[in-house]
Ligand binder design. Structure first.
Ligand code: GN1
Ligand code: MG
Length: 358
């Protein structure tokens, strides 16, 4: 069948290929996502194939989402938490020929953006991620199972980079020489994090772990935030993950795929909006240590993503989807440039934080 989608997947959810129209949507690098529209009445659903070489424990995703959904239904019943729709047999996922599929409700009158074109969008998105963490502030994060163990553990990512460096070819090493040097020079970011990680007021929280703008649904007319999506990596983590990944992905007008490094600049109004939106939800719950690490969160996540892209390049592009052989190296260059811009603007950024933290 077209689009690599077996008819049995549709049958698991009570559809046939005659009564639905399927289109490939989304820009994720990991899972495959489809929009399914029923014929003739045009009800919409999201159908996703879970990449089980990345998410090796799809059951953990299902269990986490169930635990959180049950909690939110009890505590904040009006919150639109996007939980999977069961198969006709009452299962949380459909397993077809070793592939895992799930179906999600389609939220009408919403849009998901790939790029931000107005600081207000940063405000709304950050508010949504902050809201999710606020609503889950009293939820026991330890009952969730990490769906990707060590996902945002910079120590692990540095080890993986070292391993890639030790096992790659001389040719790839030569190509990536400046970025390898940059990776080693920035190791102080990891050391700085380690000096904080054992503090008592640096708790594990429920984090989304993938706060890119396309993972927030906005109202299609007012652009107000509605809810967050792409919930595979909701799991225990540190506060810096979500805020830091928003800095990494919202502050520059160009994405991690941009190869013209002159375009990699930081937009201060977006930073201000992001800080205001996030803190409007979560400020009252942040500890002293977390507040101290607000600006650092952007560095932490940008450095980690640079390491991840660089490692994948050295590993011959086995993880991220790429369109050309040096794309992961280009992405790493882009992220190191962003890291540089974060340092360059440190004073202005910290001033904005100080104004909004009181
Ligand atoms: C991956 O698949 P996608 O685009 O939602 C990755 C994130 C990276 C991102 C970089 C499970 O997310 O951690 O930040 O690519 N997700 C996983 O674009 O590795
Ligand atoms: Mg994702």
């Amino acid at each position: 069948m077209e689009l690599g989608l077996d008819a049995k997947v549709l049958e698991a959810y009570g559809f046939t290929k005659e009564n639905v129209k399927i289109t490939h949507i989304g820009t994720g690098l990991i899972n495959r996502t489809y929009l399914l529209s029923t014929l003739p009445e045009d009800k919409k659903y999201i159908l996703q194939n879970i990449n089980t070489s990345v998410f090796t424990k799809p059951q953990a995703i299902a269990d986490n989402l169930k635990a959180i959904a049950d909690y939110l239904v009890r505590t904040y019943p009006n919150y639109p938490f996007i939980k999977p729709i069961s198969t006709v047999n009452g299962e949380e996922m459909a397993q077809i020929h070793n592939e895992h599929w799930r179906m999600l409700p389609y939220v009408p009158h919403t849009v998901s953006l790939d790029v931000l074109s107005d600081p207000q969008q940063a405000y709304e998105a950050a508010k949504q991620f902050g809201k999710l963490s606020r609503l889950l502030n009293n939820f026991d994060a330890s009952i969730l199972e990490p769906t990707i163990p060590g996902f945002h553990d910079l120590g692990l990512r540095f080890e993986q980079f070292t391993l890639a460096l030790n096992t790659t070819t001389q040719n790839l090493k030569n190509k990536a020489k400046p970025q390898i040097d940059a990776a080693l020079e920035h190791k102080y970011i990891l050391d700085y994090f380690k000096s904080y990680s054992h503090r008592a007021d640096f708790p594990d929280r429920v984090m989304h772990h993938d706060t890119k703008i396309s993972n927030v649904l906005l109202n299609d007319k007012t652009y107000e935030g509605v809810c967050v999506i792409d919930l595979d990596t909701i799991m225990p983590g540190k506060f810096i993950s979500d805020l830091g990944d928003m800095m990494r992905t919202y502050l520059c007008a160009y994405s991690e795929n941009e190869t013209d490094l002159n375009k990699i600049k930081i937009r201060l109004p977006y930073f201000e909006a992001l800080i205001k939106g996030y803190l409007s939800e979560i400020k009252a719950h942040l500890t002293k240590t977390e507040k101290e690490l607000i600006l650092f969160s952007g560095r932490y996540m940008t450095y980690m993503q640079a390491l991840r892209f660089l490692s994948d390049f050295l590993n011959n592009n086995i993880y991220y989807t790429t369109n050309y052989p040096t794309q992961n190296l280009d992405r790493a260059k882009n992220q190191f440039k962003l890291l540089y811009e974060l340092s360059l603007n440190e004073k202005e950024l910290q001033d904005i934080i100080e104004e909004n933290i009181v």
